[in-house]
Design a protein around this ligand. Sequence first.
Ligand SMILES: [Zn+2]
Length: 315
Amino acid sequence: MRRILFSSIIFIFLLSNTSLLQGREVAITIDDLPVTSIVKEIGFKQELTNNLLAKLKKYNVPAIGFVNEGKLYENDSLINERVDLLKQWLAAGLDLGNHTFSHKSLNRIPAKDYIEDLLKGERIVRGLIKDAGKELNYFRHPFLHTGRSIEVRDSVENFLKEHNCRIAPVTIDNSDWAFARGYEKALLDNDSTMMKKIVDAYIPYIESKFEHFEFVSRELFGREIKQILLIHANKLNANHFNELAKMMIKRGYKFIPLEKALEDKAYNSTDTFFGAGGISWLHRWALTEGKDKSIFKTDLPAPDFVMKYAGIESE
Ligand SMILES: [Zn+2]
């Protein structure tokens, strides 16, 4: 009897685990193109881009990159080699979107100025996308800041609607940028021990974000929605996307394009959020529904040593 009970428990465990592993899907979105780094040398940016694109290709990731056109200039002159990095993304069959010209926060400037910066942010990229036979369809708010009042939020949203540009939400939000800042600092200091320590903490950290947002998704929708991950075009991800991809595959994820993720009905959920935070859309929907704050408690911060080493006060 005990044996039968034991086998049944094992069977149920396997069944529930398998059902969890089936059908997970994630769109990978990469911000701050062409690259985010303090290093100005074009060789560094090219190597970073080559590395990142090679890894996205290896794992067949139909990623979309969000561009800050301001990064294409140096003292007001356009640097063609930097434009070439964007062409490489398109040549690799990947998509590009608008992330404004100068990466200003909608929480800090008037909506009118923000829209101006947004339009300035697609002067080059719209043409590049067209040359690749595609359309500019997506916009991502810098810092995920969507406005501190409903009026500001709506004025930009309404503008984007008329402009035929869809907002690219994020569900799996995280502070990869903090790890990347530390990683690049260690790299420039030739501190390979610290680089390894940061990478060793980074992959489990991102996995903890997946666990958290899968949980929130089940709490809100009774199922796991098609997720949208945000990471940045930095040296850390360029060097270690392999490990990230393996972690996601181990969790049963398939990589899908952003438009496929947005077919999930979850993305039509009511969202009344406005405020200072640049937060996940899952958290926005949870706040809109008035969910208990305990739902946020498994959203773990980056480890102290990373924040300290990267010189960041708090997350
Ligand atoms: Zn950004």
